[in-house]
Design a protein around this ligand. Structure first.
Ligand code: KIV
Ligand code: ZN
Length: 520
C-alpha cells in the first residue's frame, strides 16, 4: 500500500490567533498553550512576532526554550531589525524557524509599501538571506498572494527559493479567494515556478467569507503540504482556518485526500477549551468538532439510529477528538479518590493541596446540584485551582435587587488575612459588586467584555462568567464559576483583579520579594 503523504500542521494561534481583537494572552498562558500544542502533535508553533513588543519577544523566547519536539517559529517583516529580533528570540530553540513576509499584490505595493516590483523582489531576497544567517529553516510569505498578479508571484517565489527559503506560504490574507480558484493557484504555482520542488508549499487562509477551511483543503488537494491554522479558528477579523476542522476533515475523508497529519486528535477538545479559557472567546455550541452540540443528537430518529449503530449519524467518534460528553460521573457519596480518578481521566492532574480545594468545591456543588458532570468538574478546577495566586478572595456576599429598588451589595473581601467590608450600589447587581471590589482593592477596572454561559443543562447548572477588564491600559481576562451567577461574576472580576495586582507588583519589584501593598 502506498504510504500517505504527511501534511505539516503549522499552528499560529499564538501569533495570528492572538491578533484577534481582545484575544491577548499573558506569557504564562501562552506557554501553557504552546505546551498543549506540542502534546497535540503540532509540527510548527508560531509563537509570536518578536519585534512587536518586549512581551512578544519574551514569549517567543520562553516558548523556544521550553518546547522540545515542535519547531518554534517567529514572524518578521522583511526588515533586518525584525529578522534579528526573531533570530535572537529563537536562539535557544531546538528547532527554530524564521517566517518572513512581504506583500506582493499591486494594492499593497502601491498604497502600503510604495515600492516597485523590482524593489520588492530585492527586499524579499535580502530578507531570506538575512534570515538564513540565523537558521536554515526559513519560510517566506508573499502577503496578499491570492490577490497578487500571478506572473509576479511566480517571480518572487522563484527568487526567494533560490535565496534559501525552504517553505513558501501562499496567504489568502483578506479571505478573498474561492476554493476552486485557490486550489488552481497552488496548481499554477507548482507548474510555473521552476524551482518549486526545492520548497514546501504552505497555505494560510483567512475566514472573511467563511471559506478559510474550504480554501485550505482545496489547496491540500492540489498539492499544498503545509497548512497554517489556529485552534478554534481564532485570528484577525473573522479569523483563520480552524485547525480542528482541517485535521478532522483530512482524517475523516482520507479516502478523498490520501494524506494524513501527525495530530494526536484525542487532545483536540482539551486544547480548544484551554484556548477558549485564556482568550475569553466562547466556543459556539454548533461549532464543528469542538462545539458542545457537535456530538449531541436531539431528534428521536437520530438517537435511535446512534444507539443501534453510531455510524448511522456520527462520522467522527467523539472520543477521537477527546469529546468527553455530558456523562453523569460523581455524586455526593463520591470520595476524594473517585474525584482524583475522574479528573485524571479528563487529563487533569492536581497536587494534594489543589485536590483538597477542588474536593471542597465539589462537595459544595453536590449540595446545590443534583447531578455533577465532567464539564462541572472542569469548571471547578479552572475556577478553584487557578494558577493565579489569590491576592483578594471573596469571603461573603449579600445582594438585594429588584425592579423597583436600587441594587444594594454588601461584600466582604479578604486579603493577607485581613477582612475588608464594603457596601455599594450601581446600575445593576453586578455593576454594584464591581463598584464594591474597585473601592476595596483600589484597582479601578473598566469592564470591556462580560459573557456568561451555563456549563451544563438544567436550572441548577453552574454559570461560567468571563470578563475582560482594562486596568490602566492592560487588558486582562478573568473567569469564575458558580451555581449563583452573581457569585460567578464576582469571582471572574476578582480573578482579573488578582492577575492585575500580580502584574503590577512584579513590574514594581523587578525581581524583589513581592509586597502587594494591600491598603484599601
Ligand atoms: O494573513 C497573512 O497574510 C499573514 C502573513 C503574515 C502570513 O498572517
Ligand atoms: Zn494571517
Amino acid at each position: 500500500m502506498k504510504k500517505e503523504e504527511k501534511i505539516i500542521i503549522f499552528d499560529t494561534t499564538l501569533r495570528d490567533g492572538e491578533q484577534a481583537p481582545g484575544a491577548s494572552m499573558n506569557q504564562r498562558e501562552k506557554l501553557e498553550v504552546a505546551l498543549a500544542l506540542e502534546r497535540l502533535g503540532v509540527d510548527i508553533i508560531e509563537a509570536g512576532f518578536p519585534v512587536i513588543s518586549k512581551g512578544d519577544f519574551e514569549s517567543v523566547e520562553m516558548v523556544a526554550k521550553k518546547v522540545k519536539h515542535s519547531t518554534v517559529a517567529g514572524l518578521a517583516r522583511s526588515i533586518k531589525k525584525d529578522i534579528d529580533a526573531a533570530g535572537e528570540a529563537l536562539k535557544s530553540a531546538k528547532r527554530g524557524r524564521i517566517h518572513v513576509f512581504l506583500a506582493t499584490s499591486k494594492i499593497h505595493l502601491e498604497h502600503k509599501l510604495r515600492k516597485s516590483p523590482d524593489e520588492i523582489v530585492q527586499m524579499a531576497v535580502d530578507a531570506v538571506k538575512a534570515a538564513r544567517q540565523w537558521t536554515d529553516d526559513v519560510e517566506f510569505s508573499p502577503e496578499d498572494a491570492s490577490r497578487s498578479e500571478k506572473t509576479f508571484l511566480y517571480r518572487v517565489l522563484e527568487a526567494v527559493i533560490k535565496a534559501g527559503a525552504r517553505t513558501v506560504n501562499i496567504p489568502d490574507t483578506v479571505g478573498y479567494a474561492m476554493p476552486e480558484q485557490y486550489g488552481k493557484l497552488i496548481t499554477d504555482i507548482r507548474n510555473n515556478v521552476p524551482n518549486i520542488d526545492k520548497a514546501i508549499i504552505s497555505v494560510h487562509c483567512h475566514n472573511d467569507l467563511g471559506l478559510a477551511v474550504a480554501n485550505s483543503l482545496a489547496a491540500v488537494k492540489c498539492g499544498a503540504r503545509q497548512v497554517e491554522c489556529t485552534i478554534n479558528g481564532i485570528g484577525e477579523r473573522a479569523g483563520n482556518a480552524a485547525m480542528e476542522e482541517i485535521v478532522m476533515a483530512i482524517r475523516t475523508r482520507s479516502d478523498y485526500f490520501g494524506v494524513s497529519t501527525g495530530i494526536n486528535t484525542p487532545e483536540i477538545c482539551r486544547v480548544s477549551r484551554l484556548v477558549s479559557k485564556y482568550t475569553g472567546f466562547v466556543i459556539a455550541p454548533n461549532k464543528s468538532i469542538v462545539g458542545g452540540n457537535a456530538f449531541r443528537h436531539e431528534s428521536g430518529i437520530h438517537q435511535d439510529g446512534v444507539l443501534k449503530e453510531p455510524t448511522t449519524y456520527e462520522i467522527i467518534r467523539p472520543e477521537d477528538v477527546g469529546f468527553t460528553g455530558t456523562g453523569l460521573v460523581l455524586g455526593k457519596h463520591s470520595g476524594r479518590a473517585a474525584l482524583k480518578a475522574r479528573l485524571k481521566h479528563l487529563g487533569i492532574e492536581l497536587s494534594d493541596a489543589e485536590l483538597l480545594r477542588a474536593f471542597g468545591r465539589f462537595k459544595d456543588l453536590c449540595d446545590k446540584k443534583k447531578e455533577v458532570f465532567d464539564e462541572d468538574l472542569v469548571a471547578i478546577v479552572e475556577d478553584e485551582v487557578q494558577e493565579v495566586k489569590d491576592v483578594w478572595t471573596l469571603d461573603s456576599l449579600i445582594v438585594t435587587s429588584g425592579t423597583k429598588i436600587p441594587p444594594d451589595v454588601r461584600m466582604t473581601l479578604r486579603s493577607s488575612g485581613k477582612v475588608f467590608q464594603q457596601q455599594a450600589t450601581g446600575d445593576g447587581p453586578i455593576d454594584a459588586c464591581y463598584v464594591a471590589i474597585d473601592t476595596v482593592t483600589g484597582m479601578r477596572g473598566k469592564l470591556l467584555n462580560y459573557s456568561i454561559q451555563s456549563v451544563t443543562e438544567g436550572q441548577d447548572a453552574m454559570g461560567e462568567v468571563r470578563v475582560r477588564v482594562n486596568f490602566d491600559g492592560q487588558k486582562i481576562m478573568g473567569i469564575g464559576a458558580s451555581t449563583d451567577v452573581i457569585e460567578a461574576s464576582v469571582k471572574a472580576y476578582l480573578n482579573a483583579v488578582n492577575k492585575a495586582c500580580i502584574a503590577a507588583a512584579s513590574k514594581k519589584t523587578k525581581g524583589k520579594a513581592i509586597d502587594f501593598g494591600l491598603q484599601p
